[in-house]
Every structure is written in structure tokens, then in C-alpha cells.
Design a protein. Sequence first.
Length: 323
Amino acid sequence: MTCHLMAGAALAATMGLASTAQAYDLRFGHGGTEDTAYQLGAEKFQELLTEKTDGDLGVQIMGNSVLGHETEMFEQQMAGALDMSIINPGLITDFSSTANVFSIPFLYRDVQHWQTVLDGEVGREIADRITDETGVKVLAFFGGGKRQIVSIRPLESLDDLEGMKLRTNPTKPLIAAWSALGAEPTVMAWKEIYTGLQLGAIDGLLNEAEWIHRMRFHEVAPHIGLSQHDITVRLLTMSEMTWERLDDEQQQAVMAAAQEAAGYARQIQLDQDAEALDQLVEEGATLHELDREHMQAIVKEPLADVIDDMGLTDLYRKIIDAS
């Protein structure tokens, strides 16, 4: 699709004018490199959509953050300047209070429960609420990295969390949960973490195996506590302006391709996560099993208060009860 056609279509959508469906490419931006589940999932979506629409809808993939940071790409979708992207929900909580639900630790019993939530009725409700709040349509969910504790010292028991300066994202659920477990949640810029571990400014952080390995955090913090306190969720999104200029058949094809590509991308992410954990062990990291049930019991009440304050109790209960 040429720049002139894109601009015209966006203008027509903005002005609420009816536009005739025509063959063109959707611009799909994301922040992943070529070897990530982001890119592989986007390629699967591209393949499926082209197939389902007999080439009427194509996809132009623009990865590696060439269109900007995820928050910027989300804002571009809100304005109708970008068709699609993959978004970390933690980055859009200023636009969607519902997106905060994915920052709650110990939300899923296991991978099967996580899959059930994302593919079921509660996942659709969350998607629709974020869509209503932002004007960006959530088509499906990518993700699959299991978050663990990375530590400069051994984690033989939960007592070892006491007084631990733990780098976390500054969200209320995380601060409440890790404070209840005895740690001292600490804010530190992403690019400063490695040096912060070296200098003892922090004792550890929360991260998934893929990024522990990519950032070489295990070189200075070789102990990994298997808390599995979160499984990442990423939103596969489309500008509502784009969605509204598709005809019914195209919308159905987009949604079907999105759902199928999301399942594919999640499995890739789960596989990459397990592979990265094996690589960390091969490179000298020590894994420590932690009592997740005991951790969940400790954080239950402090989390309940925060979840209630955020107005997310109804969604939280639906997620917990999903089966």
C-alpha cells in the first residue's frame, strides 16, 4: 500500500467515512529481533492472513523497534498511524487501568491455567476492556516467558529473601508482594542492572531466562530462584481505525489468523524460555527450587488489598477461577 493510499484510508477512518475494502498491506511494528517469538509470530500471522484473504490483505513487518518504543507504537495505533503491534501491557497502564491486571504476581497456577485464561472468556473480557479504554483492539495474546528471581547470593529458602534489595518494576502489586516476602523492592534503570549487581547496589532482580541470558546477568548474579511468579503476556493489537475499515470477511480472517499466530508464538516463547534456562545452567548458574504455594499464601492478603484498590477484584477472581 502506498503512503498516499495509507494516508487517505487513515483520513477516511478518522472522519468516519465509509471506505471500500481493497487489497493492501497492514503495517505491523514490534520491538523484537529476528530470532524472537515476536518476529516469528508476526511472520506466522503474515502467512495465515495472506492465505485466508487470498492475498487481499498482506502484512509489512517492521521489527527491532524501527518504528519506536512499544509505547510510541501503541500511541501511533491510537492515532490510526500504525495498523498493528505487539505490546507489553505494563507499558500502557496510563491508557488502560485494566492492563494492570497482568502486573499481579502469582496469577497463574501453571502454564495450562495461563493458556486457559488467555484463550478463554476471561481473556476475551480483558481484551475487550482494554480495547474500550484505549481505542486499540486487542486481537490475541503472545507471551510465555516465566519470570524468576536472579540473585547474587544463594536462595536456599524463602528466608534468604529477607532484606534482599530486589530490582522490580514499580507497580503496586509487585511492591506489595515482594515486600510481604521480606525483600526490599528497588527501582533501577534497565541499563544499570548489570553494574548495580556488580557494585552491590542491588542484590537481585526479577526476569525471565531468555533475558537473563541475553543480558548476561548470571555472570554477576549466578543464583536463580525458581519462583515462576509470572508468565509474561503480550498484546497483539490493531488500531480500531484499521479494524473498522475492514469488511466482515476481512475482520474474521484477521481474528482467526491472530488467534492461530498467538498460539504458535506462545509455544515458541515457552520453548525458548526452557532452552535459555538450560543454557544458564550450562554456563554456571545454580537453580534453586522455591516453595511457590507458601509464597502465594504469604502474598495473598497484601495483594488482595492492592487489587481491590485498583478496581480489578472481579477480573482477578475470574482469572483465579478459570479452569
